[in-house]
Design a protein around this ligand. Structure first.
Ligand code: UDX
Length: 431
């Protein structure tokens, strides 16, 4: 059955959720508080980059509206989706003020059937929202936790073809309603209670972050012993109990989810009197990755003071313009702190009017950034970097030193071009 849905929040998650629900045939109004964002969307401009999203929004204009007015969004809605952000507070807890601002708006919406929360929230939030709804006389309105597991750059396909749709509820009718809302989605719906659904999201991200830190620690051991992490990880990953995904050594994870969610789960455990030691180590290993590799450059260059360093890639991963918690920011800031001159290139990162970027020079092409450089560090594995003429790059650099922080390039080929080629967890190659 097709439903009428209000989606609160037109960020990555809200926009994708709204567009995909419209694609599934539901009538959707997406509400945001930022006027420019709504204006842009009304004009058919999509303020975020996500493959397939522009086309999907254009295809569904008849069933998809955007508004600044919360009451307008809720007026005809049967279901309200909460997709607002929950940034960390000073104590490391999630700031739920935006979530509860939405719940406040619903106080007179007695016609609603269910409120569904997609925002990442600590365990126990659903129970608080339930109580708030009950206090407002909305005891008949169902509640569901429906966490997202979407990766940026794959958000539309992750929604339409998910590994699982997790729906946490307290009553069967709401479970059925939210499950049916996903009719047409190609993936299993997993029903559970609300606290379990809330923890599943944090647990899944903790598991993936743990895998990345494990492979990064193994890479450090490889560097110390002469082993090659790409060979080691490929062989380890063939065991289906381990799996080959998320086994790429590099400069560590960034983005809007892993750093925030791993810290949020650690804070949740600490608040309950339990020190989550494994997760603490995962976070520390990740933080060390960027610093450790800047130090490797420093040793190789005999100091970074007044050295010209090209930083290739700024976004936290390729295929996105997202700079949230990008390892590049720590790398650029560390290089500047050591007195280096930093020259950056990225094909998609928007201009950054904040430090460390304001103290760096941005270039249009990798070759331009590499001109006169004493070393280059590959921070994001953009496919464009594999296409660079490294022979030409060798000719324009002052010193032929590459630190490939994502193991993007081939060591013998780079050595063949005359580079000293360092990477993560692989032996350094030279001619
Ligand atoms: C992630 C999860 O994949 C998603 O399920 C969750 O809902 C949100 O967080 P996202 O942050 O978009 O999605 O990016 P992802 O592609 O998962 O990569 C996260 C980070 O880990 C990137 O910085 C990436 O470079 C790094 N990474 C990933 C590695 O260092 N090694 C790997 O093997 C995989």
């Amino acid at each position: 059955m097709k439903r009428t849905v209000a989606v609160f929040g037109a960020g990555y998650i809200g926009l994708v959720t709204g567009a995909c629900l419209a694609e599934l045939g539901h009538t959707v109004t997406v509400r945001d508080i930022v006027p420019e964002r709504i204006q842009q969307l009304d004009q058919g401009d999509v303020p975020i980059y996500e493959p397939g999203l522009v086309e999907m929004i254009a295809r569904n204009t008849e069933r998809l509206a955007f508004t600044l007015d919360a009451n307008e969004a809720v007026r005809d809605a049967e279901i309200v989706y909460v997709c607002v952000d929950t940034p960390p507070t000073a104590s490391g807890d999630a700031d739920l003020s935006r979530v509860f601002a939405v719940i406040d708006v619903l106080k007179s919406a007695s016609h609603l059937t269910a409120v569904v929360v997609k925002s990442t929230v600590p365990v126990g939030t659903g129970a608080r929202i339930r109580a708030a709804l009950d206090d407002a006389g909305l005891g008949h309105v169902g509640y569901a936790a429906n966490p997202e597991f979407t990766a940026e750059g794959k958000a539309v396909s992750d929604f339409m073809h998910p590994d699982r749709v997790v729906v946490g509820t307290w009553e069967d009718a709401t479970a059925k309603l939210v499950a049916e809302l996903h009719d047409g989605v190609d993936g299993p719906v997993v029903l559970m209670d609300v606290p379990s659904a809330e923890l599943t999201k944090l647990g899944a991200n903790a598991a993936l972050a743990t895998k990345i830190s494990l492979v990064n620690e193994l890479a450090t051991v490889c560097e110390a012993t002469g082993a090659d992490i790409t060979q080691v990880a490929a062989a380890i990953g063939l065991d289906p109990r381990i799996g080959s995904h998320f086994m790429k050594a590099g400069l560590g994870y960034g983005g809007s989810c892993f750093p925030k969610d791993s810290r949020a789960l650690r804070a949740l455990a600490s608040n309950n009197g339990y020190p989550f030691q494994l997760l603490t180590s995962v976070i520390e290993v990740n933080e060390l990755q960027t610093r450790r590799h800047v130090q490797r450059l420093k040793v190789e260059l005999d100091g970074l003071y007044r050295k010209k360093i090209a930083v290739l890639g700024m976004t936290f991963k390729p295929g996105t313009d997202d700079m949230r918690e990008a390892p590049s920011a720590i790398i650029a800031a560390r290089l500047l702190a050591e007195g280096a001159e930093v020259h950056c290139w990225d094909p998609m990162a928007k201009a950054q009017a904040v430090e460390p970027w304001t103290s760096t020079t941005r270039h249009e092409t990798p070759l331009e950034a590499l001109g006169g450089a004493d070393a280059a560090i590959i921070v994001t594995e953009w496919p464009e970097l594999a296409q660079v003429s490294w022979a030409e790059a060798h000719a324009v650099m002052r010193r032929p030193l590459i630190l490939d922080g994502r193991n993007l390039l081939d060591p013998p080929t780079m050595a063949g071009h005359g580079f000293t080629y360092m990477s993560v967890g692989r032996p350094t190659s030279t001619v």
